[in-house]
Design a binder for this molecule. Sequence first.
Ligand SMILES: NC(=O)c1ccc[n+]([C@@H]2O[C@H](COP(=O)([O-])OP(=O)(O)OC[C@H]3O[C@@H](n4cnc5c(N)ncnc54)[C@H](O)[C@@H]3O)[C@@H](O)[C@H]2O)c1
Ligand SMILES: [Zn+2]
Ligand SMILES: [Zn+2]
Length: 419
Amino acid sequence: MRAVCWNGKKDVRVETVPDPKILNPGDAIIKVSSAAICGSDLHLYHGYIPSMKPGDILGHEFMGEVVEVGKAVRKLKPGDRVVVPFCISCGNCYYCEHQLWSLCDNTNPNAWVNAKLNGFSGAGLFGYSHLYGGYAGGQAEYVRVPFADVGPLKVPLHFTDEQVLFLSDIFPTGYMAAENCNLKPGQIVAIWGCGPVGQFAIRSALLLGAEKVIAIDNVPERIELAEQAGAITISSDDDVHEFLKERTGGRGPDACIDAVGMEAHGSTYDLIKQTARLETDRPYVLRQAMRICRKGGMLSVPGVYGGFIDKVPFGAAFAKGLTIRMGQTHVHKYMQPLLERIERKEIDPSFVISHRVPLADAAEAYKMFADKADGCIKVVLKPQDTTPPDKTAKTGARRRLRREQWAVPRSKRLRPVGA
Ligand SMILES: NC(=O)c1ccc[n+]([C@@H]2O[C@H](COP(=O)([O-])OP(=O)(O)OC[C@H]3O[C@@H](n4cnc5c(N)ncnc54)[C@H](O)[C@@H]3O)[C@@H](O)[C@H]2O)c1
Ligand SMILES: [Zn+2]
Ligand SMILES: [Zn+2]
C-alpha cells in the first residue's frame, strides 16, 4: 500500500510499504477514506518530537471502512464506516474507566521509555513516535486499529467524511479545551492560535456559553475565519496584553486557552534556546496567558508541550490562584456527544478545510501547511484518490494541489449558538 512516511526533519515521502495485518484478536484493518494533517504532525515534521525513525507512517486523524476484524472483535464488522480516535485505549484500566482515555495504562508498548521522561506513560497514539508506542498512522491506504471495540465510532452514511473526520481529534480537542475553562454565563475567553484547534476552541467556547471570545494569531485568513465565528480578534504582533486588559474592563480574561503549544512565534529568546537544544519548547504564549489571565481564572492548554520550558512565570500563576488544565484529549469521551451536535446542525466541522488532495501529494501538502502557504488552514488527504498529476501545471510542488476556496460562503455558514 501507499503511506506517508517520516524520513527526517522536513522530509516526508509517500512510499510503498507492506499492508497492515491483524496482529492481535482485538484489531481491525481500516481502508482509509479520508485522513488529515494535524498541527501536532508539524512538531514531528520539524523534528521536535524525539524517537521517530525513518520510515514511520504518520497520521492520527483518519476514518474509513472496516475491511477485516480479529477474532475477538464484537462491535465492528467488515463494511462498517468508522472514525477512529487518535489515542489508543484499552477500555479496561483505571484511566479508561474514569474517562481519562488518553492516559490509558495498557496501550503503549514502550511505556517504560516514556515513563523515564514523564514519570508515567500515557496511551499509545497513532503515528506519533516510538515514545508513544510506535504505531503506524492513518495517512495511508490502510491502517491497523488495535482495541477496535473500544475506540472507533460507527458513523451513519448520511454524514459526509468531511463532517465527521475531525471527531478523531481537533473537534474534541477544541471542545475539551473550552470545557476545561469551566465557563459561566457572561465570561470572556482569550484564545491564542487560530489554527484548526483554535478554530474549534472558539466555536466550542461560544457553544458552551462564553459571552465573548477574543482570538489571537497573525495569519490573516485564520483571523478572518475566527471573526466569522463571532470572535473579536487581535494580531499576535500587536500589544496583546494591553488589548486584553482593555477589552475586559482592566480585569483580564476569565479564561485563557493556549491553542499554540511548543512552536509559538514571537520570541527570539525561545527560538535561540530551542535551536541550541537548551529548552525543548517555546512557551511564549504560556507566559502571556499566565500574566494576563484574571485572578482566580482558568488556563486551558490544548497546545502540545514536549519537555522542558524556561522562564515560565509560575509565581504569577500562583499569586493569582490560576487553575491550569491540559493534556492530550480524551477523544473517546467526546465523539458521540459531538456527533450529536453535528446531527443537530449546531456546527459543521468541514468549515475548517482549505485543501483536499490525493495522498500522493502529501509531501507538498505538509510543506504548504507548515509554511501556512496558499491560505492553508486544514488539509484533508484522500488515499483512495488516484487522479493522475496535472502535467500542464507549472511548478512541481503545486502540480496536483487542487486549491479549494477556504471560506464557506457566509450565507452557508452555521453560526454557533450564542455567537
Ligand atoms: N491536546 C491535544 O490532544 C491536541 C490535539 C491536536 C492538536 N494539539 C496541539 O494544538 C496546537 C495547535 O494545533 P493546530 O492544528 O491548530 O496547529 P497550527 O500549527 O495549524 O496552528 C497554530 C496557530 O498558532 C499560531 N501562533 C503561533 N504563535 C502564536 C502566538 N505567539 N500568538 C498567537 N498565535 C500564535 C500560528 O500562527 C497558527 O495559526 C498544536 O500544538 C498541536 O500539537 C493538541
Ligand atoms: Zn492531532
Ligand atoms: Zn486503558
